[in-house]
Write a protein that binds this ligand. Structure first.
Ligand code: ZN
Length: 130
C-alpha cells in the first residue's frame, strides 16, 4: 500500500509515525480505564475520557480477517499478496499487509516494518510459530 489509510501528514497521527520510524508500534491507551485503541482519537471509545496517551504495544496479534489480492492495485505491490485485519494482544485491530508465508484466520503474527523511500515505514505482519 503506497498510501496508508492513516495519513502521514495528519498531525494527530504523527506520534504513530514517529514510533514507526523508531521501529515501535504505538497505539493509544486511556488513562482512565486502560483501554487501548487504534485508529487514534481525541477521546476513549470505551469510557469517553479525554486525551488517551500513546503507548508501545508488543506487536503480537492474531489474524482476525484476511484477503488475498490477485489484481494489481498499487504499482509497488505485485499480486498476489495478502492484507489482514490483525487483532493485537492489547485489543485494537490494525489493517496491514502480510509478508512471508501466507496466513489464515487465527494465525499468530508478529509486526515488522516495510521500509519506504519517501515515507515512514509501514507496519506489516508475518506468521509466527505457535
Ligand atoms: Zn477509557
Amino acid at each position: 500500500m503506497t498510501e496508508p489509510a492513516m495519513r502521514t501528514d495528519d498531525p494527530f497521527a504523527w506520534p504513530f509515525w514517529e514510533g514507526a520510524i523508531a521501529g515501535r508500534l504505538l497505539v493509544q491507551r486511556c488513562g482512565a480505564c486502560g483501554s487501548h485503541q487504534f485508529y487514534p482519537r481525541p477521546f476513549c471509545l470505551a469510557c469517553e475520557a479525554l486525551d488517551p496517551v500513546w503507548v508501545e504495544v508488543c506487536g503480537r496479534g492474531e489474524v482476525w480477517s484476511i484477503t488475498t489480492v490477485h489484481v494489481p492495485v498499487f504499482p509497488t505491490l505485485t499480486p498476489p499478496y495478502q492484507v489482514a485485519l490483525v487483532t493485537l494482544e492489547e485489543g485494537p485491530r490494525l489493517l496491514a499487509g502480510i509478508e512471508g508465508p501466507p496466513c489464515r484466520i487465527g494465525d499468530a503474527v508478529q509486526v515488522g516494518w516495510r521500509e519506504r523511500p519517501d515515507a515512514p515505514p509501514l507496519p506489516v505482519f508475518h506468521r509466527t510459530e505457535m
